[in-house]
Design a protein around this ligand. Structure first.
Ligand code: NAD
Length: 241
């Protein structure tokens, strides 16, 4: 039996994440990239069978089921608006979005299913859940979050550390943060709960950026058929099991 592939629009296609998404999608027969959108006019209209469009041509992109956006905050609004207009799902990992853009996501979630996440790794989605459970069970223990990244990373603490901290707070903990910047570390997050005479350490280590692209493709595949709403990667893992 053959099934119709999921039609994807990849926004930010010339970036590091966009390139990883195109490469991984090409290996998956259940996915079809119908539009790769780059900031500037593409040198070639079709690359490896994938039609390319400039962001100024976004409105003319063919119909798609889900858009995956890993671009910059200035590219975010038009692609979200297009998804709402077309009734398509929206998956975005673009960081640094403004409060106004967060509000636009909330509005859009009333019309379409969407996922925005600061970290699309499936391991971090599970860690998030473990942290909330540990915090709820370990009232009164100290909670510390130590994140390590490469020296080019400017923001600190990382968005992921803050997301994990929010999970700890939801469980009743009051996390403290520490940041390390060294060499080419892709990303490490240690969430440590310390009591009297004992300690729990929950660690996630990213060794390859493909994990974020794989997580975004996983999220995209989970959206069709879902009710409008804002989903966490964690929610989609529950649905997939
Ligand atoms: P990058 O700089 O390599 O690529 C960004 C791309 O977006 C560039 O190709 C740029 O041309 C394109 N772009 C910018 N404005 C655009 C517009 N208006 N229309 C279309 N394309 C536009 O960066 P990257 O490493 O690929 O990361 C992209 C984004 O994803 C960043 O915000 C980064 O922080 C984020 N990111 C998130 C995760 C996650 O898991 N959530 C993981 C890695 C990166």
């Amino acid at each position: 039996m053959t099934t119709t592939p999921l039609r994807l629009l990849i926004h930010g296609a010339s970036g590091r994440m966009g390139q990883a998404l195109l490469r991984l999608a090409a290996d998956n027969p259940a996915l079809q990239v119908v539009a790769a959108v780059t900031r500037r006019s593409p040198a070639q209209r079709v690359v490896d069978g994938v039609p390319h469009f400039a962001s100024s041509e976004l409105a003319g992109a063919p119909q798609f089921d889900v858009a995956i956006d890993f671009s910059l905050p200035e590219g975010f609004d038009p692609v979200l608006a297009l998804c709402v207009e077309r009734g398509a799902g929206f998956v975005s990992g673009t960081t640094g979005i403004s409060e106004t853009q967060r509000q636009a996501l909330i509005q859009a979630a009333g019309r379409i299913p969407l996922v925005w996440a600061s970290n699309f790794s499936l391991g971090v989605a599970v860690l998030d859940e473990l942290v909330e459970r540990a915090a709820a069970a370990l009232a009164g223990w100290d909670c510390d979050i130590v994140e390590s990244h490469h020296t080019q990373k400017k923001d600190a603490p990382s968005g992921t550390a803050l997301t994990l901290g929010a999970a700890a707070e939801k469980g009743g903990a009051h996390p403290h943060y520490a940041s390390l910047r060294a060499g080419d570390i892709v990303g490490e997050h240690l969430v440590q709960f310390t009591g009297l005479g004992e300690r729990i350490e929950l660690t996630h280590r990213a060794t390859n950026r493909d994990i974020f692209a794989r997580g975004a493709l996983f999220a995209a595949a989970q959206l069709p058929g879902r009710a409008p709403g804002s989903y966490r990667v964690r929610d989609l893992l529950d649905g997939a099991s």
